[in-house]
Design a protein around this ligand. Structure first.
Ligand code: ADP
Ligand code: MG
Length: 275
């Protein structure tokens, strides 16, 4: 799909010269891009490139050093609630003593407030979202007792319960079983029908090329942004992944093994040569 063919709508996500970081360092530098309403964006880049930092900035967990984030043309603060975030597994304290239903109910707090009891309507949304993600039977279980795939489904259910316009998923395909990966992909298809804008970070470059409208290639700065054919060019991949790439017969191979759970991602060096 070509970006230019997609009609832009005022309801969209925009980043303008966004910089963010920790202590003395900038993990993200002057990032500018805009996502039209309802698009599916894969965020890729080497370990430490700033993918998780981008998501934390987008959900308001990390203050910006400079730049601006706009949602529906207004600043993030005015629209924080319409952005849902599924954190990377490592970011969550799984020992925290909450049940599956508690976690999914947190998705409603933006609407109910922390102190008010969820209304019957809120509770109905929570039940529906647990059912959609196949975790309703686990509702009373402490989150720490679940498998990695089940925990991920619970966090997806929480994000759905928020009824977001924009959903951010940080590495949802890493460290989960095949059926959870498939359930996540099916959810992406359903969200497309509902015109929810989705940003997903992933190490799976093949999946990014095949299943996403747009690819955002990061390495602290924005290396490339656009349709997969435009982004998956040898020069962009080399610029972002540097020493982690190897060229074999014109095919660029990216070694991302340092994440511990990945097969190396394979990307054709020629534009349009993938998938
Ligand atoms: P990615 O998700 O692409 O692997 P991150 O956004 O997690 O990258 O990290 C970007 C950079 O910010 C890295 O250099 C990382 O070491 C640094 N960083 C991430 N989180 C913190 C933190 N809490 N404190 C200090 N530095 C951090
Ligand atoms: Mg990360």
């Amino acid at each position: 799909m070509n970006l230019k063919e997609i009609p832009t709508s005022p309801a969209r996500l925009e980043l303008e010269n966004v910089s963010a970081g920790y202590n003395g360092t900038l993990a993200l530098q002057e990032i500018t891009f805009a996502v039209p309403h309802g698009q599916r964006v894969a965020v890729i880049g080497p370990n430490g490139a700033g993918k998780s930092t981008l998501f934390k900035a987008l959900v308001g967990l990390l203050p910006l050093r400079s730049g601006v984030i706009r949602i529906h043309g207004q600043t993030l603060r005015q629209h924080q609630d319409c952005v849902a975030y599924v954190p990377q597994r490592e970011e969550v304290d799984w020992r925290f003593p909450v049940t599956v239903r508690d976690v999914v109910t947190m998705g409603r707090f933006g609407r109910t407030g922390w102190l008010r009891r969820p209304s019957p309507a809120d509770q109905a949304v929570v039940e529906r979202c647990m059912q959609q993600m196949g975790v309703a039977a686990l509702a009373q279980k402490p989150i720490g007792e679940l498998s990695g795939g089940q925990q991920q489904r619970v966090f997806l259910a929480r994000a759905l319960a928020q009824e977001p316009h924009i959903l951010l998923m940080d590495e949802p395909f890493t460290g989960v079983d095949a059926s959870t990966q498939e359930a996540t992909l099916q959810l992406l298809d359903r969200l497309r029908e509902e015109r929810v804008t989705v940003l997903v970070s992933t190490h799976d470059l093949d999946l990014a090329a095949r299943r996403f409208d747009v690819v955002c290639l990061l390495n602290h700065r924005l290396v490339a942004y656009g349709a997969p054919d435009e982004v998956f060019r040898a020069e962009h991949i080399r610029e972002a992944f540097g020493g982690q790439t190897l060229s074999i017969d014109g095919v660029i191979v990216v070694d991302q093994c340092c994440s511990g759970e990945e097969e190396p991602g394979h990307v054709h060096g020629q534009a349009g040569g993938h998938g």
